[in-house]
Design a protein around this ligand. Structure first.
Ligand code: SAM
Length: 289
């Protein structure tokens, strides 16, 4: 552990607050790579004689912050991890940084089956870092997850996260195009969840460099109207879901009504748009008749 000069650290924080840099990003960096939490800083303010120790030296910390501010590289990629729900999730350049709004999917799914105590077999299509599938099996110990992704490197990270967070072998991981690797589960799945790439072309092209230069295009880009992957997931869903099985999709702010039309066309009812915590119609759900 390295002792960090307290005064220098507070001056640094003051400078960041007085600049156009984001202080929350700095606190995240401190937490993830130095192991210094906001409450450590708060205690330090009360007792300035107390020492503060870091997992990395002051110089390296400075270098990492510069990498973030100069290149707009997200802190999560610099640190190779992030917090999501109750977990610390490992990341690499091959996976999307799991977003805070996506956390709600876990509650939506758990709520749908809350009154049923039967085993739920669910598919998490496009699992990325594995965050959704892992949370679901940790919070619902009798559930079984089938997690797929087109990217082998992403699956490697997802498996690593699963092994780190859970000692159970309750998720199977498959590489392939949406439903394709799950052919042996046709007609057996109770729930499909996906946060697919859904950004339309015109919006994708205008994303900030912190996203477009660092996050995988295949995790974000949803074709001309953003719906190309969603259409594929919905049109094949009837082959894989049990009657009465559910679909939960994350979508762009203006896609839910179009998704409901698609779902109706493919035999779903109980259609609903669910707002995220920012009041945006972020999730669309439906039940296969
Ligand atoms: C928006 S990210 C979601 C990642 C993770 N589920 C989350 O919520 O943070 C979409 C994921 O879908 C994967 N993906 C893209 N095209 C795919 C395809 N054709 N089949 C399966 N997965 C795909 C990407 O590699 C990426 O991991």
């Amino acid at each position: 552990m390295y002792e960090i000069p307290t005064k220098k650290l507070f001056l640094w924080i003051r400078d960041i607050k007085n600049s156009d840099q984001n202080i929350d990003d700095f606190y995240l960096l401190l937490d993830l790579v130095a192991g210094i939490t906001k409450s450590d800083l708060f205690l330090l303010k009360i007792n300035s004689k107390q020492k503060v120790f870091s997992k990395i030296d002051f110089y390296t910390l400075k270098k990492k912050w510069l990498e973030h501010t100069r290149l707009s590289k997200p802190i999560q990629y610099i640190c190779g991890s992030t917090y999501w729900r109750n977990f610390r999730i490992e990341l690499s350049k091959d996976v999307l940084i799991p977003r805070v709004e996506t956390e709600q999917i876990v509650e939506i799914a758990s709520d749908i089956f809350r009154t049923e105590d039967k085993k739920v077999v669910f598919a998490d299509l496009g699992t990325g870092s594995g965050s959704i599938a892992i949370s679901l099996v940790v919070e619902n110990s009798h559930w079984k997850g089938l997690a797929t992704d087109i990217d082998m490197n992403a699956l490697h990270i997802a498996k690593k996260n699963h092994n780190k967070i859970s000692s159970e072998s309750n998720i199977n991981f498959y590489c392939g195009n949406w439903w394709e690797p799950l052919i042996n589960y046709a007609g057996m799945i109770n729930l499909v969840i996906s946060n697919p790439p859904y950004i339309p072309r015109n919006i994708y092209e205008r994303l900030p460099s912190s996203i477009i230069d660092f996050e995988p295009k295949k995790a974000l880009y949803g074709g001309e109207d953003g719906l190309s992957h969603i259409k594929r997931i919905i049109s094949d869903a009837p082959k894989f879901l049990v009657k009465g099985g559910w679909v939960i999709l994350e979508n762009h702010f203006d896609q839910s009504e179009k998704i409901k039309i698609l779902l109706r066309e493919y035999g779903f009812d109980s259609l609903q748009t669910i707002n995220d915590t920012f009041g945006i119609g972020r999730f669309t759900i439906g039940r296969y008749k």
